[in-house]
Design a protein around this ligand. Structure first.
Ligand code: IYR
Length: 229
């Protein structure tokens, strides 16, 4: 019997998916290599001003956009900024919020938890990195003047952001998840529509050289998992 290239399920077209699977030993080798490679990723706070081709950023965004999303609504917009004036405006506005946060809005405990990571209110990376991507979540779509809510927006955009970070690492570049709070200024500076809310800001580029990162360790498997066999 020949396998059909496409079939109808409940009135909707479904296409034959050519899935590639591996032997158990190949799976073990591949999954271990992938972990080892992801484990070399580090958040970097100081960037070289070396340019990165726009095509790389386009590919990284396309990789992120393969993320699954609630009802496949793809509730994200990735704003990629290399324009120096805009980056300066964003840095200035981010630092106003961050100064207020570090000076009075964040608790003593929070500041103590961040101390080993060396974060502060100075966000030089926003200007130094050749690109920044501001990820916006699309809370709803506007169709025929009506607001139509998207589904599982935080989950969807969170997954896409994780995939974006992996794609950046795969390109041999570095990033950092910057979360200025509140982030409303990004809507204004980037002139985004009312259905979009800023989610995350990621500088993208090469690390400044030499670069040092905090001497921190990841939790072990026994601390992050429970197996029910
Ligand atoms: N939003 C601030 C503070 C900050 C908060 C956490 I939680 C971090 O892991 C890192 C920083 C900032 O972006 O600096």
């Amino acid at each position: 019997m020949s396998i059909k290239k496409s079939i109808d399920i409940n009135g909707f077209k479904h296409t034959l998916h050519e899935h590639e699977s591996f032997s158990e030993s190949e799976m073990i080798v591949k999954s271990k290599a992938y972990f080892k490679w992801l484990d070399t990723r580090r958040s970097v706070r100081e960037y070289a001003k070396t340019p990165v081709p726009k095509e790389v950023i386009e590919n990284i965004i396309k990789a992120a956009s393969t993320a699954p999303s609630g009802a496949h609504k793809q509730p994200w917009t990735f704003c990629a900024i290399s324009n120096a004036d805009l980056k300066s405006k964003i840095r200035e506005a981010a630092e106003i919020e961050e100064r207020a946060s570090y000076d009075s809005r964040m608790s003593e405990r929070w500041l103590k938890d961040l101390a080993p990571l060396g974060t502060n209110d100075v966000k030089k990376f926003i200007e130094d990195a050749p690109w920044i991507i501001v990820v916006f979540k699309r809370a709803y779509e506007i169709e025929d003047g009506e607001n139509i809510n998207n589904y599982y927006v935080n989950e969807s955009v969170g997954i896409a952001s994780g995939m974006l970070i992996s794609a950046i690492h795969n390109a041999g570049l570095v990033t950092l998840t910057h979360t200025p709070s509140p982030m409303k200024f990004l809507t204004k500076v980037l002139d985004r529509p009312s259905n979009e809310r800023p989610f995350l800001l990621l500088p993208i580029g090469y690390p400044k050289e030499p670069i040092y990162v905090p001497n921190i360790e990841r939790k072990g498997l026994e601390d992050i998992s429970e197996f029910y066999e």
